[in-house]
Design a protein around this ligand. Structure first.
Ligand SMILES: Nc1ncnc2c1ncn2[C@@H]1O[C@H](COP(=O)(O)OP(=O)(O)OP(=O)(O)O)[C@@H](O)[C@H]1O
Ligand SMILES: [Mg+2]
Length: 307
């Protein structure tokens, strides 16, 4: 199912928590929602799941407004502050949520079992929710979001509190689910976005400041690319001078601590790799290394959100 968000706005008093944002997410897409604390991520997610009324704008799923009460069955939601029934044992809680979500009575036990297995809850399933550790509570939250096998998953910081083993499993699960479903997840773990998401949306002070793949964000952010090249030649000064003269090369720097390694900055639309290769062939130099050096997503994030 496709989600379409148009000019979505929400204010708290004078503050616009979400300020006229528009974007779409399509079936088979995992969208990573990034932004500093207070940027408006959770507020947006609450409006998509219709837990919060919108002030202005539209949210539609396959063309129908999320205001229609029957839309909720298509959505699985893991809220930021995961409200759970504290006194219920995990297994009873999941059965209860499954019934509430209208899971077929014949399939209900199997569905609960599947969720217990997928979210690594087997050893804790008879404990009451208020006896669980933070990570296990998060796992129960994930299980309840997915129990009715919804087409859309809205996950507000899904891996917060999970141990490293479970983080890897949940990321893989989200990736797999993302092949056939529509997923929006928020996170502060930047490598997680690259590992899990097809697309990244960065929000700052209620406005979208970037929308694209990690690769396109890198390119638009810097306008240039950096290559690290190692060339064996009789004179490194000659190497540096010749490379500087290649078309599209903006800057050549010698990397400190290594005699014959160069850092070459070029414009994004120029393919300097081939030119370097041909230069080495012409001059009879040995090219032993040529690797792209990527701008860190952290740096892009800071550039876009530090104002
Ligand atoms: N119920 C509320 N009443 C008043 N202000 C609110 C309310 N909920 C959120 N806000 C404000 O709206 C802004 C956006 O909050 P939101 O929770 O959406 O941020 P977020 O991007 O999810 O941040 P975090 O990364 O910390 O979870 C914040 O400035 C917050 O204080
Ligand atoms: Mg939040």
């Amino acid at each position: 199912m496709n989600i379409r968000i148009e000019n979505l706005t929400k204010s708290y008093g004078d503050q616009k928590a979400v300020d006229s944002i528009s974007f779409e997410v399509k079936t088979g897409e995992v969208l990573g929602f990034l932004g500093p604390n207070g940027a408006g991520k959770s507020t947006t997610m609450k409006m998509i799941t219709h837990y919060l009324n919108i002030d202005a704008g539209n949210i539609t799923i396959d063309g129908r407004s999320v205001r229609n009460t029957d839309m909720k069955k298509h959505i699985g939601y893991l809220p930021e502050h995961n409200p759970l029934y504290e006194d219920m044992p995990v297994i009873d809680y999941l059965r209860f949520v499954a019934e509430l979500q209208g899971v077929d009575a014949v399939k209900l036990d199997d569905r609960v079992k599947d969720m217990v297995r997928l979210c690594g809850l087997n050893d804790e399933k008879h404990k009451k929710i208020n006896e669980l550790s933070k990570g296990y509570r998060q796992r129960v939250g994930l299980a309840q979001a997915m129990i009715h096998d919804p087409e859309i998953l809205i996950l507000d910081e899904p891996t917060t509190g999970l141990d490293p083993n479970q983080i890897v499993e949940i990321r893989e699960l989200i990736r797999t689910l993302g092949n056939s479903k529509t997923v929006i997840l928020s996170t502060h773990i930047l490598p997680e976005v690259e590992a899990t998401c097809d697309r990244i949306l960065i929000i700052n002070k209620g406005k979208i400041v970037a929308d694209g793949t990690a690769e396109t964000l890198r390119k638009t952010a810097s306008g240039s690319q950096v290559l690290r090249v190692k060339i064996q030649a009789p004179s490194q000064d000659e190497v540096k001078e010749s490379v500087s003269q290649l078309a599209g090369v903006a800057l050549v720097e010698k990397v400190e601590g290594s005699e014959n390694r160069l850092e070459i900055q070029s414009h994004v639309d120029q393919n300097v790799n081939e030119a370097i290769f041909r230069l080495c062939v012409d001059k009879n130099w040995v090219l032993t290394e040529m690797v792209p050096f990527e701008t860190k997503l952290e740096d892009i994030f800071r550039d876009l959100t530090m104002n």
